[in-house]
Design a protein around this ligand. Structure first.
Ligand code: CMC
Length: 428
């Protein structure tokens, strides 16, 4: 075996496979010729050991609790940057100049309005529809409105669709919220920041002026930054897989939203706050920790554990600090924050969580802030979707721009019946 290849012995065959190295992170065994040479597939349900693509966007070291976007640590971005700048960075690979950032922000701002006809879609939904259900439908419907940016072979159209998606998501999300509470839609305003505009579209009513609280705007912008991208997670992989068939970007992002909705992924922030409410007071925590450890009980500590992080999720650290900042600025207290802190402390000292390396993830504290800002729990995953849109679209564009890109088509280990003859109905 040469230094940069791996040898597999199976079924009496010996195959050498190249080992490829990235900039940082684990090397990968390139198995693309394995089936052709041996007739064997690899087997990895849940992709626990599979790198599905090359990517230069985001890097995670789960053991060390490191998250880098284009090389920049998330903690530094959260402290010094803004969501618009992070969007530019993810899409373009480098931080913008001051002029570049203003130009990018202006471009996004110019795309925040949605086609007026789109508002009629909302009326087709029941008022009690989950806003994520509305998001899946309305974002998918964008494909029917913006035909001039669905030719995926044209880089300029891909850029326009990226700008449209990033710009319109807050508008669509705020409209989903307004519809659910029976209030009129609020149009975007170009003199506000991306985040301030979203807060106003969500919380303003025609009857009175809406004043954006700077601390809330800053916290919300940081929450968007923390969720902007996260390597090849389930929804991003969904977007890539959908896009690999040549589907248009609006349809692909709608697929990502559907995947994000699940409680093991983006739905965990909603589930985490519901769990904290159910636990209620710190004295009830031990009972729930016992339940989480019980193999016969489906209960899990929501906002805890991660496929990649086997250390403290760096986003959870920033999120915990942000809770304190928002509470101080708004002069509020939430007993659930005390419950969350105590739950974290007890879990992190429990051998079950220590042995399995289960730490709080980004969703553990986010619900507490979002609730303090005034969002109902059903909107939490929607906010995640607004922020992750840039990651999805950056990853989608990276894939489409790759000349070696192929349709994603995994294989399987078939365990059903072997070929058998059809039995007529009268003989069954
Ligand atoms: N509470 C109790 N036990 C847990 C938890 C938890 N939250 N998470 C994992 N475990 C146990 C699990 O039972 C398993 O035990 P065993 O090895 O004895 O069977 C072991 O830890 C490994 O868990 P897994 O389910 O095999 O790991 P995974 O990588 O497939 O799942 C996860 C990762 C995030 C789905 C899982 O940790 C989980 O369900 N957490 C709660 C939901 C959550 O907070 N999700 C948000 C993830 S971060 C945001 C995002 O990516 O969207």
């Amino acid at each position: 075996m040469s230094e940069n290849s791996a040898t597999l012995n199976a079924d009496g065959m010996t195959v050498d496979m190249p080992v490829k190295s990235g900039t940082i992170g684990p090397d990968v065994v390139d198995i693309r010729k394995l089936y052709g040479q041996t007739g064997l597939f690899t087997y990895d349900p849940g992709f626990t050991s599979t790198a599905s693509c090359d990517s230069a966007i985001t890097y995670i070291d789960g053991d060390e609790g490191v998250l880098l976007h284009r090389g920049y640590p998330i903690g530094q971005l959260a402290e010094h940057s803004s969501f618009m700048e992070v969007c530019y960075l993810l899409l373009n690979g480098e931080l913008p100049s001051a002029d570049g950032l203003s130009e990018f922000s202006r471009t996004i701002t110019r795309h925040t309005m949605v086609h007026e006809q789109l508002s009629t879609f909302y009326r087709g939904f029941r008022r009690d529809a989950h806003p994520m259900a509305i998001m899946c439908g309305v974002v998918g419907a964008l494909s029917a409105f913006y035909h001039d940016s669905t030719d995926i072979s044209d880089p300029e159209q891909r850029t326009i669709s990226a700008h449209r998606l990033i710009a319109k998501m807050p508008t669509i999300a705020a409209m989903a919220y307004k519809y659910s509470v029976g209030q009129p839609f609020v149009y975007p305003r170009n003199d506000l920041s991306y985040t301030g505009n979203f807060l106003r579209m969500t919380f303003a009513v025609p009857a009175e002026e809406y004043v954006i609280e700077p601390a809330v705007e800053k916290a919300m912008d940081r929450i968007f930054m923390l969720h902007a991208d996260h390597e090849q997670n389930a929804s991003t992989s969904t977007v890539r897989l959908a896009g690999s068939s040549g589907a248009n970007p609006f349809a692909c992002i709608a697929a990502g939203i559907a995947c994000l909705w699940g409680p093991a992924h983006g739905g965990a922030n909603e589930a985490a706050l519901n769990m904290l409410k159910e636990i209620g007071t710190p004295d009830r925590i031990p009972h729930y920790i016992e339940r989480a450890k019980d193999k016969n009980d489906p209960f899990r500590l929501m906002g805890f554990g991660h496929r990649v992080y086997k250390n403290y999720d760096p986003r959870a650290t920033v999120m915990q600090e942000t809770v304190r900042e928002v509470f101080t600025a708004l002069k509020v207290k939430d007993p659930l924050f005390e419950t969350a802190l105590r739950l974290e402390e007890l879990a992190l000292n429990d051998p079950y969580f220590i042995d399995k390396k289960l730490f709080p993830n980004v969703d553990f504290y986010s619900g507490i802030i979002l609730s303090a800002i005034g969002f109902p729990t059903t909107m939490f995953t929607v906010l995640f979707a607004i922020a992750r849109t840039v990651g999805w679209i950056a990853q989608w564009n990276e894939m489409i721009s790759d000349p070696g890109q192929k349709i994603g088509r995994p294989r399987q280990l078939y365990t059903g019946p072997a070929a058998r003859d059809y039995v007529p109905l009268t003989e069954r």
